[in-house]
Design a protein around this ligand. Structure first.
Ligand SMILES: *Cc1c(COP(=O)(O)O)cnc(C)c1O
Length: 435
């Protein structure tokens, strides 16, 4: 039966949003515009481009690129946002958005349950800039209320936390953010826009590491910042980069010139100066990956659920953290915010501690031992001394990383083959008594 609405569905957007056949050659696939710079027809046009008066044209690939623009428009559509700026990595997305909104003396409310690189930014680089980071619990809105002050300029958390699978209390936190006029930033990498759309639940800004599910094939690094266009930067004077005239040039406030697109323009201006531009080839690989995102995510979720249920029953395993499990404490928020599933990253805690973890990594044949998530391949890593080595013992306990913990990223292989591989490796552990 035909749909009742005109708006294209998610799978249609994943294939078509932002792209059209090349107007010159008819090429159906978005070309890789592998160029550093662009010939400009005359001086007036160059002046307009350099003054950010012409936002459509291209000038230099550090500021924008036609292949990258397709990626930006596609992810904007998938998240239901207004505009996006793609960057070199997920790390640069976090760096760029916090740097754009906060300065010395400002406060960020973040959570410890985040990707290790984000934690390193919060506890290292940002504090060096004089940005104070205060901590809250993503599953408990009241813990944010306790940290808010007049200096709070952003809230940052992950929709589904890497690696410990906490689901954010979106509604409670969004309500607080609105009340106190604080931009609410969500890293949606672990869920992907197919499983969760934070803008529907009150987030103002979404970031992604495109390296993970969006690309999906582990063949390039990339990041993106998407603006919902919902936040009113003019409401008070706390965001001078957007709401005040330029301090040196005296040009009008960005919100006067660009309206709802002001944040996207500011981010692009900062990207141009700071430099972490996405390579056009990586934009191309990510666009290609996104075309199959819905199909891949359904399979990731069903494979991961089978693995989680299997591991939970295995005698060598002490506990499994996967938000999708029927007895997960996240159950209610999963039903509300991740109804299609909770991704494919899970934590398994081995009774045999580090020796058992080391043996398991060695015995597995199908799993690749590497530090990434969201690839077609099944992956395994030992967070304690790799991805989460910067955390102290107390912090590790907070994110459920201990000496027996392994992080698994379940791929798209046949579920039976994944389970068979885990079974042979785990049974070997029991045989040698390492369990
Ligand atoms: C990997 C990751 C990042 C960082 O992205 P890179 O592309 O590796 O720089 C940020 N957030 C989350 C949740 C991630 O998993």
């Amino acid at each position: 039966m035909a749909k009742k609405t005109e708006a294209p569905g998610f799978s249609t957007l994943a294939i078509h949003a932002g792209a059209r056949p090349d107007p010159v050659t008819g090429a159906a696939v978005t070309p890789v515009y592998q160029t550093a710079s662009y010939a400009i027809e005359n001086l007036d046009k160059a002046t307009a481009l350099f003054a950010w008066a012409d936002l459509e044209g291209f000038n230099y690939t550090r500021c924008g690129n036609p292949t990258t623009r397709v990626l930006e428009e596609r992810i904007t559509a998938l998240e239901g946002g207004l505009a996006a700026v793609a960057v070199a990595s997920g790390q640069s997305a976090t760096m760029l958005i916090i740097d754009a909104l906060l300065g010395p003396g400002d406060e960020l409310i973040a959570v410890p349950n985040v990707f290790g690189g984000s934690y390193a930014l919060f506890t290292g680089i940002f504090t060096k800039y004089g940005i104070k980071v205060k901590w809250a619990n993503p599953a408990d809105a009241a813990s944010f209320a306790a940290q808010i002050s007049p200096k709070t300029k952003a809230i940052f958390l992950e929709s589904l936390s890497n690696p410990d699978n906490l689901v954010a209390d979106f509604e409670g936190i969004a309500k607080l953010a609105k009340q106190h006029h604080i931009p609410f930033i969500v890293d949606n990498t672990m869920a992907s826009p197919y499983l969760c759309q934070p803008f529907k639940h009150g987030a103002d800004i979404v970031i992604h590491s495109c390296t993970k599910y969006l690309n999906g094939h582990g063949n390039s690094i990339g990041g993106i910042i998407i603006d919902s266009g919902h936040f009113d930067w003019a409401k008070d004077d706390r965001f001078p980069a957007l709401g005040k005239p330029h301090p040196r040039k005296g040009t009008p406030p960005l919100i006067d010139t660009y309206g709802k697109k002001a944040l996207a323009v500011l981010l692009r201006q900062n990207l141009t100066v700071q430099g972490p531009a996405l390579a056009p080839m990586n934009a191309f690989l990510t666009i290609t990956g996104i075309e199959t995102l819905p199909l891949r995510m359904d399979r990731h979720v069903s494979n991961a659920m089978k693995v989680a249920l299997y591991l939970q029953k295995h005698p060598a395993i002490a506990s499994v953290k996967y938000a999708g499990l029927p007895d997960s404490p996240e159950k209610e928020r999963v039903a509300k915010y991740l109804p299609r599933g909770t991704g494919a990253i899970l934590l398994a805690d081995l009774k045999g501690g580090r020796p058992a973890a080391a043996k398991l990594i060695e015995r597995l044949k199908l799993f690749t031992h590497l530090a990434n998530i969201g690839e077609t391949r099944s992956l395994i890593v030992y967070p304690d001394t790799t991805t989460h080595r910067q955390l102290n013992e107390q912090e590790k306990a907070l994110v459920s990383v201990g000496p027996g913990t392994l992080r698994l990223s379940i791929g798209l292989e046949d579920a039976d083959d994944i389970l068979t591989d885990l079974a042979q490796a785990l049974d070997f552990l029991s045989d040698v008594g390492a369990a």
